[in-house]
Each structure stands twice: as C-alpha cells, then as structure tokens.
Design a protein around this ligand. Structure first.
Ligand SMILES: C[S@@+](CC[C@H](N)C(=O)[O-])C[C@H]1O[C@@H](n2cnc3c(N)ncnc32)[C@H](O)[C@@H]1O
Length: 280
C-alpha cells in the first residue's frame, strides 16, 4: 500500500496553520526570561542573527535591541498567519521571510547565531534539519536551540494529583491528535544530542526558570487563562479525565468561580526554558 503523502510537520504545521495568539501570549508572558536567555549569549553589535521558526517575531525585536543598527536580524517561518503578525510588529530593518527552515534560502557561512525556539521538535527530521541550519554558521558561530518545559511544568502546587492527571491528559490529547507515539516526541528534550550529532562543538545547556506567583500581572494572567486553561486544556481534555477530575479542573480554570486558580493566594506556576548551544 502507498504511504500517505506527508504535507505537514510532525505537529501539524503548514503554511496556513495559525496559533499566533498562543505564541504572542507566551512571548509576552515569558519576555523577561527569554530576554535574559538572549543576554546570556553576549552578542556583539553588528552580528548577523537568524531566528529559524520565528513565529510571531517577538524575539526579532529583542535581537535588534542587542545587535544595534549595524546588526542583521532575519526571521524565517512557514506560517502565513504567524508571519503577518511578525511583519506587523517588525521594525523596518528586520527581515521576515516565508520559507521552510529545513531548506533555508540563505547563504552558507553567513550567520553568527542561529536561534530556534520551541520549533525543532515540530520537524520530522530534527537531526538533518539542525545539520542544515549549522551550514549557515560562520566558523565560530553558534546555534541555540531553546525549548520550554524540559522539566515538568507546575501549576497546582496544592494538588499534585490533579496536576499530574491534567499533564498526562494533555500529552495523550496531542499524541492522539497527531497520531504520534510518545517516542516520536523525543526531540522536545533531546537538544544536546541533536546538536552533537549535527557536529556542533562545545555543546552546553542552561535552564532558566519562569516562576509566577499570585497576584499575577495582566500579561501573566492572560497567558495562563487564554493559552493554557482555554486553548490547551478546556473541553478537549474531557475524554481524557474522570468526570470528577474534569469537573474539578473546570472550576479551577473558570474566572467566575470562587476557587479560580489564578487568584488563589497559593498559586505558583513554574515552567523552565532550556537553551542548548553548540559552536560551528
Ligand atoms: C511553537 S512555534 C515557536 C515560534 C517561536 N520560535 C516562538 O518561540 O514563539 C513553532 C514555529 O515553527 C514554525 N515552523 C514549523 N515548521 C517549520 C518549517 N519547516 N519551516 C519554518 N517554520 C516552521 C511554525 O509555523 C511556528 O511558527
């Protein structure tokens, strides 16, 4: 039997796929920690940086700030809706282009840094893709793979059971949605090995903590309510939880309920952002 024609990424990315709102909410929410991660790279004015899988493009502006007017910042993404947001907020001297980052239409040996956040795990062949991206680096240039949630996220510090069941339900929902086995998602946590197999040198990793406690500021509450409670959890988890657990979760996630999680005095959200870096 013929194999089905694969026309999307491992996690369903296509030119028309749109989850721009989730991306913008995450980048606004985690901006302090993401900017710290960029600052840790000690970039120098005038360097040339590629953001591969730039999404809605918030990092492009942070790189522009770090590199000064003589630096060059380029963002590549597949998705037209994501690029529309990136272009709308990009400064005039930031180039945003639509392309498949596994076949980048860019000159070899021309970048000081290739930055790619939460994207390598969307590709069908992460090893080959990172090897291709590394050909864009000048000698001594670096590739930085950023990935959130190497460590399990914590939302309900007071109810570890419901937290565990919810996290498992989300993973199962996504595995079913994209017909994936747990091992197909290995790339989420495998950046160091991917960089080493692509021939990068001096591979290092550093993890930044994203901690939020109540009272939350509006952008933190927006991200947790809209991107997590509504757009990642919500009714889609109904088939994956027991009735009583689902009812409990719905109450915690509803701003009209007295027990709304984000306004509890003991609310503590913890997520990690891990940057793995290799040198060409
Ligand atoms: C989870 S998002 C991360 C976006 C951004 N780096 C961020 O941290 O907000 C993954 C992005 O990779 C893009 N993408 C997926 N496969 C791609 C490919 N083959 N070439 C270019 N972009 C791709 C998607 O369109 C999406 O914008």
């Amino acid at each position: 039997m013929d194999k089905p024609i694969v026309d999307s990424g491992l996690l369903g990315d296509t030119k028309s796929r749109d989850y721009a709102q989730k991306l913008s909410l995450f980048n606004r929410f985690a901006a302090p920690e993401l900017r710290n991660a960029i600052a840790s790279l000690s970039l120098e004015p005038g360097m040339q940086v590629l953001d591969a899988g730039c999404g809605t493009g918030e990092a492009l502006q942070w790189f522009r700030d770090a590199l000064g007017v003589n630096g060059i910042v380029i963002g590549l993404d597949l998705s037209s809706p994501h690029l529309a947001v990136a272009r709308a907020q990009a400064q005039i001297d930031v180039l945003v282009a639509q392309a498949d980052m596994t076949k980048p239409p860019l000159s070899a040996r021309s970048f000081d840094l290739v930055w790619s956040v939460n994207t390598i795990n969307h590709l069908r062949d992460p090893d080959a893709s990172v090897a291709t991206l590394s050909t864009l680096l000048r000698p001594g240039g670096r590739i930085a793979l950023g990935q959130s949630s190497f460590l399990p996220d914590m939302y309900f510090a007071w109810d570890s059971r419901l937290e565990r069941l919810t996290n498992e339900a989300v993973r199962q929902y996504y595995r079913d949605k994209y017909s994936l086995d747990e091992r197909d998602l290995t790339a989420v946590r495998a950046s160091v090995g991917i960089l080493r197999r692509a021939g990068l040198k001096d591979v290092q990793a550093q993890t930044f903590n994203i901690d939020r406690v109540s009272p939350l500021n509006p952008s933190d509450e927006d991200y947790l309510l809209e991107a997590i409670f509504r757009a990642t959890w919500g009714a889609r988890l109904r088939p994956y939880l027991a009735d009583t657990d689902y009812a409990e979760l719905v109450k915690l996630c509803d701003p009209l309920e007295s027990g709304f999680a984000l306004r509890r005095p003991d609310f503590h959200f913890l997520q990690t952002f891990t940057l793995a870096i290799g040198i060409a």
